[in-house]
Structure formats: C-alpha cells, structure tokens
Write a protein that binds this ligand. Sequence first.
Ligand SMILES: Cc1cc2nc3c(=O)[nH]c(=O)nc-3n(C[C@H](O)[C@H](O)[C@H](O)COP(=O)(O)OP(=O)(O)OC[C@H]3O[C@@H](n4cnc5c(N)ncnc54)[C@H](O)[C@@H]3O)c2cc1C
Length: 399
Amino acid sequence: MIYDIAVVGGGIIGTATAYKLSLKFPDSRIVLLEKESKLAFHQTGRNSGVIHSGIYYKPGSYKAKNCLDGRKQLVKFAQENEVAHDVCGKIILATKEEEIAGLEKIFARGIENRTEGIRKIGPEEIKELEPLAEGVAAIHVPCTGIIDFKGATRKMGELFLTNEHNEIRYGVQVNGIKNKDNETELTTNEGKVLCNRVIFCGGLQADRLAKMEGLDPRMKVVPFRGDYYELAESSKHKVKNLIYPVPNPEFPFLGVHLTRMTDGTVECGPNAVFSFDREGYSKTSVNVTDALDALTYSGTLKLFAKHWRNGINEQRRAFSKSLFLKALQGLIPSLTMNDLAPGRCGIRAQALAPDGTLIDDFHMINGRRSIHVLNAPSPAATACLSIADEIITRFETLN
Ligand SMILES: Cc1cc2nc3c(=O)[nH]c(=O)nc-3n(C[C@H](O)[C@H](O)[C@H](O)COP(=O)(O)OP(=O)(O)OC[C@H]3O[C@@H](n4cnc5c(N)ncnc54)[C@H](O)[C@@H]3O)c2cc1C
C-alpha cells in the first residue's frame, strides 16, 4: 500500500498541515506519523499557550505575515470547534525609562505589521488593566489571546480523521528515508511506509530528518529549555491577563512573563537555557548524542563565545528561585517567594546557523519529493494554519 502523502510529526504544524491537506485533497490517502503515543507531546503541548498578535516580528518576514493571518484563522477555528481560548489582550511593560526606546520600536513594528487596536498607555491605565503591575509606560495589545494548543491540535487531528482515507499512526518513528524511482520509502520502527510525497514537521528533530534524506540543512536545531513557575492558588488574583517585559532585541525569546492560561492557572516564565537534551524535561537531563551534537557544532560555539555572560546568568537563574522571582518582580514588585510554586518546562527547537546566528524566521526546504520544515519557533503555534497554507502552496510545486 502506498500513501499519497505522509506527514511526519504530530505537533501542531504537522497536524494542521495534515488537516488542511485533507480539505484540499479529499480523495488522497494521507497518513500522519507520530513517534509518541499522542499528538502535541513536545513543543506544542509544553508552550505558553499564547495566541500572539504579531506585533514583534520584522515587517515582511514569514513570522509577521503568518502570525497575522494564522492568528485570525486560529481564533476562528477555536470558535467554530469549541477549543478553549480567550482573546483577552496583553500589556508589554516598560519598567524603567531606559526601556521606552525599545517599547517605541515595538510599537512602530506593530503599526507596520497592522496589529489591530494597539495603544500606548501610561501608568494610570496600566493600573486599570493590571492593578499590581508597575511601569512607566506600556503597549496594550488587545488582539493577543490564550488558547489550549493541545486541544486545538487534537481537534485538527479529529477533523483530519473524519475523512475515511486518512490515518494517524502513533508510536511510529521515522529512522530512514530512501527516494526510489516512483515513491519514497520511510524506514520506521514499525516497518516500511511507502508514499508519493512527504512533509516533515519534526520540530526538535527537523535537522536530523533533513540529513536522513541526504540534504544539507545548513543549520542545526539547538534546544533551549524554558522553565516555568506557577502562581500559587492564593496568588492567582495578582495577574488579570498577560504581562510581558520589553524583550532584549538580541534574542528571539520574549523574556519571562506572566500568563493566565485557559485552565485558570497563571504561569511565570519561560526563561531560555541551553539544554543538553532535545526531549528531556528536567533541569538536569543530559542526552549524550544531543549534547555532543550541539557542543561540537561551530554555530553553538560561536553563539556561546558571543553571549557567554547571558548564558551563565540564564543557567544561574534556572536553578535559583530567588533570581527568577527578581525578574518577575520587575513586572510586579509585590510578588514574593511564597507566590511561586514549581512549574513545568518546555524545550524550544531553535535553528542555529553555522556562523552562530539564531535563525529568526520560519524556514523550510524542499527535498526530492518532500518538504522539510526546519525552523518553526514561536509564534508558529499561533501561525500553524497559515504555515500549513504555505506548505501546501509549496507542495503543489513539487515534481
Ligand atoms: C517553552 C515554549 C513556549 C512557547 N510559547 C508559545 C506561545 O505561547 N505561542 C506560540 O504561538 N508558540 C509558542 N511556542 C512555539 C510553539 O510551541 C512551536 O513553534 C510549535 O509548537 C512548533 O510545532 P511543531 O509541530 O513544529 O513541533 P512539535 O510540537 O515539537 O512537534 C514535532 C513532532 O514531531 C515528532 N517527531 C519528531 N521526529 C520524528 C520522527 N523521526 N518520526 C515521527 N515523529 C517525529 C515529535 O514527536 C513531535 O510530536 C513556544 C515553544 C516553547 C517550547
């Protein structure tokens, strides 16, 4: 049996792509292969749950374009399919005068990116929106929201399966890719899978899947762990919605923030710490292959050489609740150690170029009869339905 299309990776990108492919090609036989026992097991199921507005991204970039379009599609999808979500808005808070120039730049980008409804606000309005936050100025972003990304992914999977031609196969890990004359053969732990076309959405394993096909991805996935604390039950009232700092423009991460989740919890984080394990969710996890892979790569060494001070500070903060609290107190000074309960963590797949540059934008390449999504960092969960459209446009040009 030969599938028309195989999609590898049941995170939100692979699942959104499979779902949209099934709408576009209802007569095709499509299989979604996922190595874990459920969808959204890695990045998608461990993220901050924020529907990003698109305010931050370089105008004209794939991130800017797909975040705007993807957000609108995702909110509509959530409304139509009863996925828990709330377009509750957020503030980006400048806590000292020196941050105002950075805030102004973000605002200017927001205008260029057509982020709806953004407004500059002062201390009084900050207090109206977030009574315990202290800042000199802020941007109110009303179109930011929160969503249950696991629920959204599961729903897309369910809708994909309403077409009887389609299949989701769990516990199937692709370990080899062979392009034959008329089809592609995927070697998996469950035997061979034959297909005419393949779309790889492997997240933290994306570079390895490209190499498996004999391609040179010209990047490596470097894992950055993000740890969270939770506000204790008695402290949840201290945050109404979402409070973000002005981010450091040198990094693609947004800085530790406070986020109300759709289940009512309030999360604090994530930091961004180099991880020695792509899929190990504890602060001390080490995977020898992953660690060697990253530490022998020119890109990682160059990144460390340039940002060693920041890297050491992030490692220290990862193991010190009081340092983590200090960062959060920048946003809400009255928070105390008792407000913070231990939380979970997620690992970001960040593409790094050989010269040590963190590849900021979404990035995909074509194989012989395949597409590899190589970089889909935040806001890719927000943008998933728009990224799926981009993938399908590319797919239609494959030979
Ligand atoms: C801490 C953190 C916070 C974030 N916050 C946000 C946010 O608030 N909003 C937002 O929009 N984005 C956020 N992001 C980014 C977002 O989560 C990711 O961009 C998105 O989830 C990427 O989805 P994906 O499908 O590419 O990857 P993943 O969700 O990682 O899925 C990849 C899948 O491929 C499977 N796979 C890999 N290799 C194989 C193989 N060989 N065979 C079979 N299956 C394979 C994996 O098991 C996995 O299920 C955050 C990310 C992190 C880590």
